[in-house]
Design a protein around this ligand. Sequence first.
Ligand code: PLP
Length: 328
Amino acid sequence: MINMDFPRKQVGFFPTPVTELKRLTEKLHGPKIFIKRDDLTGLAFGGNKTRKLEFFIGDALSKGCDTIITGGAEQSNHCRQTAAACAVSGLECHLVLGGSEPEIPQGNLLLDKLLGAHIHWDSKFRKGEMIPQISKELTLQGKKPYPVPYGGSNEIGVLGFVEAIKELKLQLSGMNEKISHVVFASSSGGTHAGLVLGKYLFEQKFDLIGIEIDKAEYEGLSYPDHLLKLTNAGAKFLGIDCAFTKNDFILRNEYLGGGYGVIGDLEKKAIKLLAETEGIIVDPVYTGRAFGALIDLIEKGEFASEDKVLFWHTGGSPSIFSYAEDLL
Ligand SMILES: *Cc1c(COP(=O)(O)O)cnc(C)c1O
């Protein structure tokens, strides 16, 4: 039996819009291009983590927790959305950020501070490695902390993107459209795992093309192994009687460039092109890279002209302000 009846707290505004990118389609002479605007989830500048947080906050509240703790890079979109979700839910928020405090906070970090988050710096790591330690300290202080893993990627976070497929299915049928491919940034895995599970549950036919963003390992696992493990954990949690294998994933790993958060020509050109043709801003770390990959795949002729490709805009725009020198 499929169980989708989990505690959930509304912190975003759904459905996010789906539109056709007519000017971009014309310019690239390839397949018809659509966009799903998860940069418009409405939670303090939006993004894909809002979908996951609805389930984390719901779970934390139902368990009587009063504090959320999570972690990420200095410019983490996940941390910024967590801080906002906590603010609107009356929860205390602790963030473990990689690096050290900059002189002037910019982008997401500035927002974390405005949103009232308590920030802990980890000079060595950027994937929330200090969460268990700080969680313990908070418990000793008499708080009831709820840890959310890096990127919100566990079986609970995955539910957000299972729901997102249901949302997209309804929108597409309302528009009388069929999509052949969905292209998106795949990084801590919750988005990709949820999309794969949602596609299975809601019987969608499109190919899900994940663009790998970060070549670093996940708790000793390669990214494809981590993603597979996460998807099967999600399947078990939902009660789906199906074992997923590596054949269920399309991951493109040729766009990693200089590594996580390193801006190259691919990202720079992609950001400018989408801004100038459609008035839409993608971010330097995730969506700029994924959108750059989509342009490259179109230019290489990987899609047929009758294909319809949906680019899932997963958000991230505030980080643009901390990369001004790399972008101009
Ligand atoms: C976190 C993030 C992603 C990747 O989603 P995962 O679920 O971590 O794979 C993509 N785009 C943006 C803007 C993000 O913040």
